[in-house]
Design a protein around this ligand. Structure first.
Ligand code: CNA
Length: 250
């Protein structure tokens, strides 16, 4: 019997006991949040200086590029609801198969989906930190309103103690990622590493698939090619939600 990609995926999922997922911006595009490098990603939009927006050196010199971009995006991100891809992972976790989700995403949709075991290696928007005195602020309406109105008022969220600029607790280019050792340990424990919607181009997370154990399998679901495609047991170049609809696990 010749197995189709979907059948093979189902087979691999059902025969695995310790699945770890590695997710990227592509799992959230169907929720309306643009990715970086996909066909409609911000790196392909000429009017956006994408390389400067999430760069810590640029942010320290001038946070306006970042806050101007977020001014448009924050409402979309905070109102977004999980995609079928997220709900599929939640179901896999409930089934006891998915043991850990390593997320490069900062949108929190995996948490909104109810996934319990996750690592936000690139941080999230749950708190903001003063660049000057490191005081932390949980995200609140005042911060959200300042960001939403940034393009009109040009007022940054600032520290109440020292007037320093607040930066969300997301990892910018030029900053160390969070909990990388734990992510690596989980990847090494996995019998199946499932990457979903990631271009696998951002260091150091892009290195993780090369650390799977000898008998573990790599599955890549992404609508464009990645550098690991030749090493994977299964590669599906298609829309994540389309695939999980076919699997009927969500
Ligand atoms: P990326 O480099 O933008 O890659 C996303 C990949 O997903 C691309 O290869 C796309 O072709 C693919 N893709 C897009 N939509 C779909 C879909 N529906 N089905 C299948 N494949 C799809 O993003 P990575 O996550 O790999 O790079 C890491 C960066 C992106 C991290 O630092 C993130 O913080 C950052 N980012 C996060 C978000 C978010 O939180 N939603 C949005 C934009 C960027």
């Amino acid at each position: 019997m010749i197995l189709t990609g979907i059948d093979l995926l189902m087979n691999l999922l059902m025969n695995s006991k310790y699945i770890v997922s590695l997710i990227g911006a592509g799992i959230s595009t169907n929720a309306g949040i643009p990715d970086f490098r996909g066909p409609k990603g911000i790196y392909n939009q000429k009017n956006i200086a994408a390389d400067k927006i999430f760069n810590i050196n640029y942010f320290k010199q001038d946070p306006s590029q970042f806050y101007s971009h977020m001014s448009e995006l924050i409402t979309i991100m905070l109102n977004a609801t999980p995609t079928k891809g997220h709900l599929f992972l939640k179901k896999l976790e409930d089934l006891g198969k998915l043991k850990m989700t390593i997320s490069q995403n900062i949108d929190g949709l995996h948490k909104k989906a109810g996934i319990k075991n996750y690592i936000d290696v690139h941080g999230n928007f749950e708190k903001f930190i003063c660049l000057n005195c490191n005081k932390e602020y949980p995200i609140n309406d005042e911060i959200i309103d300042l960001i939403k109105n940034f393009n009109n008022n040009k007022i940054f969220p600032k520290c109440k103690e020292c007037e320093g600029i607040l930066k969300p607790d997301v990892v910018f280019f030029g900053e160390p990622v969070k909990m990388l050792e734990l992510a690596l340990t989980e990847v090494q424990k996995a019998d199946l590493l499932l990457t979903l919607g990631t271009s696998l181009q951002v260091y150091p997370v892009d290195q993780l698939p090369s650390y799977i154990s000898e008998n573990a399998k790599l599955v890549i679901i992404n609508n464009t090619e990645t550098k690991y495609d030749d090493y994977a047991k299964l590669v599906l170049h298609d829309d994540i939600d389309y695939i999980v609809e076919k699997l009927k696990i969500y």
